[in-house]
Write a protein that binds this ligand. Structure first.
Ligand code: ZN
Length: 316
């Protein structure tokens, strides 16, 4: 049985956890203000090294102090190098912005303290990655993986609205497929056929894709909610807010949240469904051959799933 992340809790934790100086270097998009007083880069970061010999997350060390160029006193460039292969480098250029003054208590009483409240990344080489996991790329298919990569490219350039538009197109095109995955998951859990019918009927509603998602999420039984996450509801939450109400920064947050929801719904949910179906098929085969294993099934396994699973167009 696959273990699913406690996504609701993780999401909650992520909201509470302030972004770190390392996040700015490794993940933060370009031209998007990063709230961090008197930003200074960390001495070491954990970052994926593309070198063939590394090809994993390694430790990278700051190979110089944050140098500022003569173009402006608040313009910096930093260099990191992978400590494992010592041949791959990362360069980030940024500005410190949001100059503010705060009154503090000093030795002579109240005195002003000047500081930069934000950092703004204006360049990164190599560029932030738009690579998808192999499983996600395969499950999205060539066309939709390309659209999702465009979403990530937009996000990395700080174009949050553009990123969300591409993400919505992917979700729109994949909504019916996702609802079908959930219906098959319900089948493998021996959910009441009437409920499965209701889940599937959301696909045929003459309404928008986000409303279809909501409809299917509403009838999805609690027993299918995995670790507190209703995947259709989570996706609905990400695609239903009106774009006109969202700032670029909020759109970038949505794009970042989408990455884990996409991995969950398009990859792990499908894997779970396939695993349960394969198991049920195996049990049926055993039962057909009068296997003792079929006569004394363990509780909690989907062996009662004797209903013929529908042939699926999803490759599941
Ligand atoms: Zn390396």
């Amino acid at each position: 049985m696959l273990q699913f992340p406690r996504m609701a809790e993780e999401t909650e934790a992520k909201k509470k956890k302030a972004l770190t100086a390392e996040d700015f270097i490794t993940k933060w998009p370009l031209y998007t203000p990063f709230n961090f007083e008197e930003y200074s880069p960390p001495a070491r970061i954990s970052f994926h090294c593309p070198n063939h010999d590394c090809s994993k997350e390694t430790t990278w060390a700051l190979s110089n102090k944050a140098n500022f160029l003569t173009v402006a006193p608040n313009f910096y460039h930093v260099h990191y190098q992978c400590t494992l292969c010592q041949s791959f480098n990362l360069v980030v250029c940024y500005l410190r912005v949001g100059y503010k003054t705060r009154q503090i208590i000093g030795p002579t009483g109240q005195e002003p303290r000047h500081f930069y409240s934000q950092a703004l990344k204006i360049g990164q080489y190599p560029a932030l990655s738009i690579k998808l996991s192999k499983a996600l790329e395969k499950n999205l298919g060539e066309h939709h993986a390309a659209l999702y990569k465009k979403a990530l490219a937009n996000r990395n350039e700080g174009y949050g609205l553009g990123a969300v538009s591409y993400i919505r197109r992917v979700v729109e095109d994949k909504t019916e497929e996702l609802i079908e995955v959930v219906a098959q998951l319900a089948q493998s859990h021996n959910i009441d056929p009437e409920v499965i019918k209701q889940i599937r009927s959301a696909k045929d509603e003459k309404t928008t894709y986000d409303k279809k998602l909501k409809l299917a999420a509403t009838v999805m039984p609690d027993s299918l909610v995995i670790d507190g996450v209703n995947p259709l509801d989570a996706l609905y939450g990400l695609v239903s807010a009106g774009l006109h109400d969202l700032t670029e920064e909020e759109c970038i947050e949505i794009a970042d949240e989408t990455q884990s929801v996409f991995e969950f719904t398009f990859t792990r949910l499908r894997a779970e469904t396939k695993e349960r179906k394969d198991f049920a098929d195996k049990i049926k085969k055993w039962a057909g051959g009068n296997s003792p294993a079929a006569k004394t099934p363990k509780s909690g396994t989907p062996e009662k799933n004797s209903a013929e699973p529908s042939k699926t167009p999803l490759g599941i």
